[in-house]
Design a protein. Structure first.
Ligand code: SF4
Length: 242
């Protein structure tokens, strides 16, 4: 029976991987055999959820940088407080600003499909950004905005304590790794994100932002993102499609 389930899973995941490379995506209906969520006791999960909501409340009231007065909604981030994977992008776009949720526009739909191709669901991970409010016209974040906003994400990472952070795009990767290297230099290998004194470093994989992938939807770029995600799955002990 167990072997039968595994074969079915491998066949489904292979189909989704093929779908990824052909430009379409399928959505998995069943969870992977190994949990993508951290096993924690109910009390601890409740405590983390309460603390994360406190951070989200602060974000929604925040006016620490100029973006606070320009937003429709702040976008604190969302997902499981027991997530082993945190996806971190650059900042909200127009759709995210309108809904107060991360990655819900076209780039978000592509991220959903990448997550599904990994055999996961959105509820299995946490998704957020460096900036919690939308820069006008989707311009690049300014250094003072990043400096003001980054502590919120740092607290979220500390609370969730993921096994892997996936930095989506150059801005997220360079900010979290405090480096000026390009995304081309950073992607494809694991780095270490330092959450602070007393906290063990968290593995960080940088890959292309889904918005960039949409603009440059070449087989090579899809292959690079997929290779990066396969390394993340392997690191977590989750099934890796061959
Ligand atoms: S971008 Fe961040 S620091 Fe600036 S107002 Fe929004 S939540 Fe506050």
């Amino acid at each position: 029976m167990g072997k039968e389930v595994d074969i079915n899973r491998v066949v489904r995941q292979h189909a989704e991987m093929e779908d990824f490379f052909s430009g379409g995506f399928a959505v998995r209906k069943e969870p992977p055999a190994v949990s993508p969520l951290r096993v924690v006791d109910a009390e601890q999960a409740k405590r983390v959820a309460i603390e994360l909501e406190k951070v989200a409340d602060e974000v929604r009231r925040c006016r620490q940088c100029g973006l606070g007065s320009l937003r429709t909604n702040a976008v604190p981030g969302e997902g499981s407080c027991n997530a082993r994977i945190m996806f971190v992008g650059e900042g909200p776009g127009a759709d995210e600003d309108a809904q107060g949720r991360p990655f819900v526009g076209r780039a978000g739909q592509l991220l959903d499909k990448i997550i599904a191709a990994c055999g996961l669901k959105r509820e299995d991970v946490w998704i957020g950004n460096i900036l919690k409010c939308r820069p006008p016209g989707n311009r690049d974040p300014k250094p003072d905005e990043v400096t003001s906003c980054l502590p919120y994400l740092q607290r979220q990472i500390e609370l969730i304590n993921p096994d892997v952070i996936v930095a989506l795009g150059a801005h997220a990767a360079k900010t979290l790794l405090d480096t000026t290297k390009s995304i081309g230099q950073l992607r494809g290998i694991f780095h270490e994100y330092y959450a602070g004194i007393g906290h063990p470093p968290v593995k960080l994989m940088a890959t292309y932002h889904p918005a960039y992938l949409l603009r440059s939807y070449s087989p090579d770029n899809r292959r690079r993102v997929w290779d990066d995600m396969k390394k993340v799955l392997a690191e977590l002990g989750l099934p890796v499609p061959q």
